[in-house]
Design a protein around this ligand. Structure first.
Ligand code: PGA
Length: 253
């Protein structure tokens, strides 16, 4: 049985006060569930991670980062390494989020290096994949997602794969209010699991969690989670409202 996992990606939102109050409100709402019934993480902007880690230190809610650089240290102005994130109490890191693929123009090779560096630095990467609307309309979803998955995981041993969480996030569903239907999510996510079992051991493929992300809200969380290959949710906009995020977490377990 895969334990459900709900993560809230705050993107470039909140400030020093609201990041702490949001984390506190989430902790108050799901204290007994987090860690027991499901895994929960919040993913603040880099500069608020330490404060949020402090706020959540007595809870089982984990903290993640939205990005990481693949080098360990040195002359890489503006970048943050996995060991730095680990040092301040981060557990997870997003790799290949669609906003980084499409706005910042990160490619699969860079994303692959980040996934690998994250694991070497002791973090648990959440590798995000997903197709554009044009690609879905052209019936290329399977090909695009498979390609992102194969390239994102290239060179990763079975042992390293066990640190990875995957997230299927159709780009057309992110921040748009359009959600993939539960059937669309299931179709792609079961294909992802099949591909994993071709690439790795079948049992390992069975253990890897695959999240769905893209306009997840309190009213669609349960039906998405009812699909056999939807093991959790990666939530953007709705994770900024504590009531909504708490309702999503409750619907997921
Ligand atoms: P959204 O974002 O929930 O606002 O659509 C999801 C994501 O980007 O992870």
């Amino acid at each position: 049985m895969r334990k459900p996992f709900v993560a809230g990606n705050w993107k470039m939102n909140t400030d020093s006060l609201s990041s702490v109050s949001l984390a506190k409100a989430v902790a108050d709402g799901v204290m007994e569930l987090a860690g027991e019934r499901l895994d929960v993480a919040v993913i603040p902007p880099f500069v608020y991670i330490s404060a949020v880690v402090g706020t959540l230190s007595t809870t089982h809610i984990a903290v993640g980062a939205q990005d990481v650089y693949f080098e360990r240290q040195g002359a890489f102005t503006g970048e943050i390494s996995s060991s730095m994130l680990k040092d301040i109490g981060c557990a997870y890191v997003l790799c290949g989020h669609s906003e980084r693929r499409h706005i910042i123009k990160e490619d699969d090779e860079l994303i692959n290096r980040k996934v690998s560096a994250a694991i070497s630095g002791g973090l648990l990467p959440i590798l995000c994949v997903g197709e554009l609307i044009e690609q879905r309309k052209a019936d290329e979803t399977e090909q695009v997602v498979s390609n992102q998955l194969e390239k994102g995981l290239e060179g990763l041993s079975e042992e390293k794969l066990s640190a990875v969480t995957l997230a299927y996030e159709p780009v057309w569903a992110i921040g748009t209010g359009l959600t993939a239907t539960p059937e669309q999510a299931q179709q792609v996510q079961s294909m992802m699991r099949e591909l994993l079992s071709d690439m790795y051991d079948g049992q390992l493929a069975d253990e890897i969690r695959i999240l769905y992300g893209g306009s997840v809200k309190p009213d669609n969380a349960a039906v998405l989670m009812s699909q056999p290959d939807v093991d959790g949710l990666l939530v953007g906009g709705a994770s900024l409202k504590s009531e909504d995020f708490i309702a999503i977490i409750k619907a997921a377990c």
